[in-house]
Ligand binder design. Structure first.
Ligand SMILES: [Zn+2]
Length: 259
C-alpha cells in the first residue's frame, strides 16, 4: 500500500465527512423552525337547549361542512312534538354531532329553586340520560357556568355547587363555557356581530385566558340558527375561524382533563 494511495483514501474520507457534516447542518437548520410552530388551538362549538326550532338547519350544515359540534339536549323538548323528536333523531344519525346532557326539564328556568335540591338535579340529569339514551356522562347544567372536568373545577357563584359535586361523584363531567354568543329572545338574532365574536375568540386564545390554554368552549343556542346557512352568521363565523390553520374543531368529550 503506497503513501499516495493512503493519501487518496484519506482525502476521499475527508470529503465524505465534509458532505455528511454539510447535510447535517442543512437538516438541522431546516428542522429548527418547526420548534417555533404555533400550537394547535382547539375550538369546541357547543349548542344548548335543542332540539328546538333551528336544530334542523344546524344538522344539515354540519354535515355539509364536516364540522364537529357538541349539542347539549333537553329531553322535555324532544318529547314536546313529533317534529322536535325527529330533529333529535337527525342529530343522532349525524356523525359530526355528539349529543350530551343538559337536564330533562332545564329547571323550567327556575334555577334558584332547582339548585336548592341537589338530589332533584341529579334525578333530572339521570332522567335525561335514560330518556335520550345518551352515550356519554357529559353534562352542562342549565343556567349555570359550572365545571367539573378532571382536576378542573369552577363554580358559578350563584348556586348549584352541591348539585355539581353530587353529579361529579356519580361520574359525570360538567362543562361550562369560555365565551357565549348571546342572542335576542324574540327572534334568536345574535347580539354580537360575527366580527366581534371572531375577534374575541382570537384574543382569548392568543392571551391564553380560557379555562384551559389553547382550548376554547363556545356557547351558542339552537334557536339562533333559524336562517338559511348561506345567509347565517354562524357560517360567517365558521368561515372566518377556519381561515386560521391552527384552529381545529373538536367534540367536547376530547377536552383535556388535566392542565
Ligand atoms: Zn340551556
Amino acid at each position: 500500500m503506497g503513501i499516495a494511495y493512503l493519501y487518496r483514501i484519506t482525502r476521499i474520507r475527508m470529503k465524505t465527512l465534509a458532505v455528511i457534516l454539510f447535510v447535517s447542518v442543512l437538516v438541522a437548520f431546516k428542522e429548527e423552525p418547526s420548534a417555533y410552530r404555533a400550537p394547535i388551538k382547539y375550538i369546541y362549538l357547543t349548542f344548548d337547549d335543542g332540539p328546538l326550532q333551528g336544530s334542523e338547519n344546524i344538522d344539515s350544515v354540519v354535515l355539509a361542512e364536516q364540522l364537529k359540534i357538541s349539542v347539549f339536549l333537553v329531553g322535555e323538548h324532544a318529547e314536546e312534538s313529533k317534529k322536535l323528536q325527529s330533529y333529535y333523531g337527525m342529530y343522532e344519525r349525524n356523525p359530526y354531532v355528539e349529543s350530551y346532557n343538559h337536564s330533562f326539564t332545564h329547571a323550567h328556568n327556575k334555577y334558584q329553586q332547582f339548585y336548592s335540591n341537589p338530589l332533584n338535579v341529579v334525578n333530572d340529569v339521570e332522567k335525561n340520560e335514560s330518556s335520550l339514551n345518551l352515550r356519554y356522562k357529559i353534562v352542562r347544567l342549565p343556567g349555570r357556568n359550572m365545571w367539573r372536568v378532571g382536576n378542573k373545577k369552577r363554580d358559578d357563584g350563584v348556586s348549584g355547587k352541591a348539585a355539581a359535586d353530587s353529579l361529579a361523584a356519580r361520574g359525570f363531567k360538567l362543562f361550562g363555557w369560555d365565551i357565549e354568543w348571546q342572542h335576542h329572545d324574540q327572534d334568536g338574532t345574535p347580539v354580537q356581530t360575527v366580527q366581534q365574536m371572531a375577534k374575541a375568540i382570537n384574543a382569548r386564545l392568543a392571551a391564553g385566558s380560557t379555562l384551559t390554554k389553547d382550548h376554547i368552549v363556545i356557547l351558542v343556542h339552537d334557536e339562533m340558527f333559524q336562517k338559511k346557512w348561506e345567509e347565517s352568521e354562524l357560517k360567517q363565523l365558521i368561515d372566518t375561524l377556519r381561515r386560521n390553520d391552527h384552529y381545529v374543531f373538536e367534540h367536547i368529550r376530547f377536552y383535556p382533563p388535566g392542565n
